[in-house]
Design a protein around this ligand. Sequence first.
Ligand code: KG4
Ligand code: ZN
Length: 342
Amino acid sequence: MQNKKELSQPCTLLAIESSCDETSAAVLHNGQILSNIIANQTIHEAYGGVVPELASREHQKNIVPVVHQALAQAQIHKRDLQAIAFTQGPGLLGSLLVGSSFAKSMAWGLQIPLLTVNHMQAHILAHFIDEPRPKFPFLCLTVSGGHTQIVLVRDYLTMEIIGETQDDAVGEAFDKTAKLLNLPYPGGPLIDKYAQQGNPLAFSFPAVDMPELNFSFSGIKTAFLYFLQKNVAQNPNFVGENLADICASVQHTLVHILLKKLRKASQQTQIKEIAIAGGVSANSGLRKALSEMGKKMDWQIYIPDFQYCTDNAAMIAMAAYCKFQQGIFADQTASPMPRMEF
Ligand code: KG4
Ligand code: ZN
């Protein structure tokens, strides 16, 4: 199946994303994204992580203005919509409930069909928003705050997880490391920022090599805690004096683990179309290292635009569009699935 040609049915739809701490709405018209509005929740910064109860309350405050803005920017009236899509999972139950209830009510009010979307599939399908689009089959390293997976993508909606983390997600490893350095949540982008001035080989951290194509990141977090405790005991200013080198070294270790498994997956499957997706795909160290590895291994690589790396409704709209093409609709009984699988 050769991608773009398949996505040709006319359709105007509204998509809603509310799986974690971003409230987002997007309008898609015939495969083109007309708007993608994202309200970030800064309330969690003070708590060092997402507080589920606060996240759902923020979604409740944000959802109406975000949807209004998405329709206004797209210059689409709600009566022109042919379907409404929402993220069914995986995610936080309270957060998912806000998006799903809103989408269901609106679809019921307008008497139009509903589409449910798997958030992790949507991260991958964000690659079909703009050119260049990967060719099937391709491998996607999906790296976010909750997931770390290597996915074999055979077709838009036919995907198989061939490797994944057995404990923490890599985004969690970035965020927890940052927390130990007293950086605010989410710490991943800050580690990335400081790492740019540092030496990636200044410090080393033991990486646990998991069998097959799986990952483990919880050991690194513990090793990092002991590393900090030891060095701060010797020099209370250790973190302040070495922040860039510490961040660069942690990032280097995490990126190395990811790419080692990605290379193994490519060798095993003989697939050289390689994509990355999810919040951590915004990491400059990962983007650079993947580009270098791509040249060395003769891969065709696909790196998403920054706006489509972290959570957004444009990717939900694109995934919903793929389902619309195939006539896979949901009904009013569709409820949130916090642990949804492919
Ligand atoms: O995909 P996403 O927005 O939400 C989930 O589905 O989880 O990913 C959020 C994760 C957070 O852990 C955040 O720290 C991480 O992506 N992240 C980054 C960067 N930007 C976002 N990690 C490292 N470097 C970045 N530049
Ligand atoms: Zn996500």
